[in-house]
Design a protein around this ligand. Structure first.
Ligand code: SD4
Length: 329
């Protein structure tokens, strides 16, 4: 149908959508288009929460979660909590196209990415991420625990010594132990921005990609919804695709994008499917903040959100340029 090719993305990440659009309009396939689009966001450091130099964890380190999914073959590649390598979506694509695996994590994901030729190891901190972290340390420094349990006064850094030198069964050193005390003070996660993107190429093939630094000031080792298929994004060429953004710690429990695609498979319109998936989360977690977009094979798109106003971007053949759609809770 004259709707192809097409690109949809979370947030007004117009440059990223333009990059994906020019890829797909120039005849590249949907997987390469989402890789180009998400990669552009990483390079531009969209909102300071994607790519190098973005949101740091409790230790002040910036890490990367990314995923790519081919909706024709249902192949997925992803990296989680990847360190020292800036190219999240390209690393995810290498996992998808060169290995039998789906998800690599942490420093081993970095080692894999570098072994496949991506640049690194490099420091992913920027002036901005360091300043953000310093301000946080000085001000509250306790956002990742449940309301009634926060550490006394000892946010990171936490490091395990390298275990390779230790005899089996012996304990390693841990440089800091958290002292917990009951408290009612709780600082919510205030910064959730992920690029999650879907592209349909000229063949009508669909793919999705995501890239994010994850939750700001997360506990090191935390993995959110970004690299989880069905959570931050999902694509099935027979049906359509979905992308998500928001509080991944909550959203990943529901696999909302899987649900959206399955609802559309059963005949639901994108708008209803998106609303339904968000409502299902909100029934259990009325305070959660999140949003999704849905797109079906006909190119019909919609968004739904909870706890914030959401914007998503679309580029299709009948548009002059990227258009941004606003969705209210
Ligand atoms: C996460 N979902 O890691 C990501 C953050 C995000 O919009 O989406 N922000 O929880």
């Amino acid at each position: 149908s004259g709707k192809y090719p097409m690109v949809v993305s979370t947030w007004p990440f117009k440059e990223a959508v333009r990059a994906a659009w020019s890829a797909v309009d120039g005849g590249l396939n949907a997987v390469d288009a989402v890789v180009e689009g998400c990669s552009a966001c990483e390079e531009l450091r969209c909102d300071g929460t994607v790519g190098p130099g973005g949101s740091p964890d409790e230790n002040g380190e910036t890490t990367i979660d990314a995923m790519v999914m081919n909706g024709v073959t249902m192949e997925v590649g992803a990296v989680a909590a990847m360190r020292y390598v800036k190219d999240g979506i390209r690393a995810a694509k290498l996992v998808m196209q060169r290995t039998k695996h789906t998800l690599l994590v942490g420093e081993q994901a970095s080692a894999f990415a570098i072994s496949m030729g991506l640049p690194g190891p490099m420091n992913l901190s920027s002036l901005e991420s360091r300043e953000k972290w310093t301000t946080w340390k000085e001000n509250h420094c306790q956002p990742n625990f449940r309301k009634d349990v926060v550490p006394a006064d000892n946010c990171g850094p936490y490091h395990l010594k390298n275990n390779m030198d230790i005899t089996e069964g012996e304990y390693s050193d841990f440089n800091q132990i958290r002292i917990f005390q009951p408290s009612m003070s709780h600082v919510g996660l205030d910064n959730h921005d992920t690029i999650s993107m879907a592209a349909i190429d000229k063949m009508g093939h669909i793919a999705v990609g995501t890239s994010t630094n994850g939750a700001t000031f997360k506990i090191p080792g935390r993995v959110g919804d970004g690299p989880i298929p069905g959570s931050s994004a999902y694509a099935d060429n027979e049906v359509g695709a979905c992308g998500a953004t928001g509080d991944g710690d909550i959203m990943m429990r529901f696999l909302p994008c899987y649900q959206v695609v399955e609802s559309m498979r059963l005949g639901m319109e994108p708008q209803l499917a998106a609303k339904d998936a968000i409502a299902r989360i909100a029934r259990k977690f009325p305070d959660f903040v999140g949003a999704i977009f849905a797109i079906n094979k006909k190119g019909v798109h919609a968004g739904a959100c909870h706890g914030w106003t959401f914007q998503y971007s679309v580029r299709s053949p009948e548009m002059e340029d990227v258009e941004v759609f606003t969705v209210n809770p």
